[in-house]
Design a protein around this ligand. Sequence first.
Ligand SMILES: [Zn+2]
Length: 85
Amino acid sequence: MRLAHHHIEKRLAAGARELTMTCPEREQLLQAYHQAVAAYANAVSELKHANRDQFPRQFAMADAAREKCDRLREKIDLHRVTHGC
Ligand SMILES: [Zn+2]
């Protein structure tokens, strides 16, 4: 059946497009995650230079940066479940 064959080909092509197409929301989440991880790494690195007085505040800042990474990570997980991408 030529018609049926044509239909299957169309479906395969659509499936391939879905696999290679980028999702803007996913891109944005990954970009934010990348930035948050870099900020966390930077905050941890800064701890080396912190003196006794600065340390508690900078340690708390590093913790906050890590929590931001965790929240974005959860958002990505949620996106993957709801979007399937
Ligand atoms: Zn998506």
